[in-house]
Write a protein that binds this ligand. Structure first.
Ligand SMILES: [Mg+2]
Length: 414
């Protein structure tokens, strides 16, 4: 079997409300690139990458020069072809490789009539548990709904998500407001949902002293871990010496070199694997195996997935024996998806691993067209900007917090 063509389409899919984070905001939607790899046997595989636009589409088109005529089963060869660690020093294509790997695994699964998890060693669990992903949110400007800013709104939102989807682990994305206020918010959610477990992630904008202070204030809570309270392995190591709970990262250990550094001089206990950032599902399986040897915890990171990427997270979660924590997903904030059938469904806080050949998802052409048109109309958005604070940027460590009393609604279209 040979690859004959590679196509990329940028889409934007609406969120229930704009999601605020330490570096800015998701302005009411996600932008993703949907990749289709075609073969001479008529089988097409699906991939997905974060971000998009003309340049992303052009990069995937350029990969045709490397991959047309290539056998999609030669995945290690493809890794060196696209993202050789020395050749790509000036041209990092890790995320491009990931999207192509998803598509090739999808092709192989369809060709061999097996789900991707069977190619990866077979599934150890039928469903993957997820954490609720709680964000501070601006109101949706269309209906002026969905705001999460006050302690009461956050607690209601957490209860609502638990009621709808059955989550028993809850992650609060912080780093937006001053740490004292976010501590109050986190403690209020933990108190309301007593018995569940919790994790807090301020996206590494605290100083090390703030990280230590914050960590010590929450030691009595049933924490899964404290995620990226501070930037850099050294700050994490200093925090870890003084805070009695596991530290997790999706920021400072995002490749094998950093994983090795963290094994030799440990700064982080739990590694959040991301099928895109690490260069594919297989790279994540390899990393999980290293974590197993050194007894580091493993969780799954979410970079704002639609159904194709969510499927890669499910197949990953199914095959690794050491998924020690519920996975993260932004998925429940999305209003729609580009896959056939409806969105993936949560049952008791978990999603079933697809059992059909390949990744187990197919494109809904109508939705693809609809959200590609929406992208053409709206374009991209500045992820690292806050729509209500023009020109603002956080410093690291940050002291330019948003005001929790500011109840304005941003004027943005989505
Ligand atoms: Mg994180």
């Amino acid at each position: 079997m040979k690859i004959t063509d590679i196509k990329a389409t940028t889409v934007t899919v609406p969120l229930e409300a704009p999601l605020r984070h330490a570096n800015g905001c998701h302005w009411g939607r996600f932008v993703r690139t949907i990749v289709e790899v075609e073969t001479d046997e008529g089988i097409t595989g699906l991939g997905e990458m974060g971000g998009g636009g003309e340049s992303a589409e052009a990069v995937f088109r350029a990969m045709k020069a490397y991959l047309v005529g290539h056998n999609p089963a030669n995945l290690e060869e493809m890794r060196f072809l696209i993202a050789n660690p020395t050749a790509s020093l000036y041209n990092n294509r890790t995320q491009i490789l990931a999207a192509l790997e998803f598509a090739c695994l999808d092709i192989l699964g369809q060709k061999w009539n097996v789900p991707v998890y069977e190619i990866l060693g077979g599934k150890l669990q039928d469903k993957v548990p997820f954490a609720s992903y709680l964000f501070f949110r601006y109101p949706n400007p269309k209906e002026n709904s969905g705001e999460v800013r006050t302690v009461e709104q956050l607690v209601e939102h957490a209860k609502d998500l638990k009621g709808k989807y059955g989550f028993t682990s809850h992650k609060l994305k912080g780093g937006v407001f001053a740490p004292e206020y976010e501590l109050e918010c986190y403690r209020a959610v933990a108190k309301e949902l007593d018995g569940d477990s919790f994790r807090f992630d301020p996206n590494a904008v605290f100083s090390t002293e703030q990280a230590i202070w914050f960590g010590q204030q929450i030691e009595d809570i049933k924490n899964d871990y404290l995620e990226d309270p501070v930037f850099g392995l050294n700050g994490m190591r200093r925090t870890r010496e003084k805070v009695r709970m596991p530290l997790a990262t999706n920021t400072v250990v995002v490749g094998f070199e950093q994983l090795a550094a963290n094994v030799l001089d440990t700064a982080v206990d739990v590694i959040l694997l991301d099928t895109t950032f690490w260069g594919g599902i297989r790279q994540c399986v390899k990393a999980a195996s290293i974590c197993e040897t050194f007894q580091l915890g493993v969780a799954v990171h979410s970079s704002g997935e639609l159904g194709i990427q969510l499927a890669t997270m499910l197949h990953l979660g199914a095959v690794i024996p050491n998924l020690s924590f519920a996975a993260d997903a932004h998925y429940h904030h999305l209003t729609d998806d580009i896959i056939e059938g409806s969105k993936f469904r949560y049952e008791n806080g978990a999603i079933k691993v697809p059992n059909t050949p390949g990744l187990g998802v197919r494109l809904n052409r109508e939705k693809l067209r609809e959200y590609s048109e929406l992208y053409k109309r709206l374009g991209s958005y500045p992820y690292d900007q806050d729509p209500l604070r023009k020109g603002w940027t956080p410093i690291i460590p940050n002291n330019r917090w948003a005001d929790q009393k500011d109840a304005r609604t941003p004027e943005i279209s989505f």
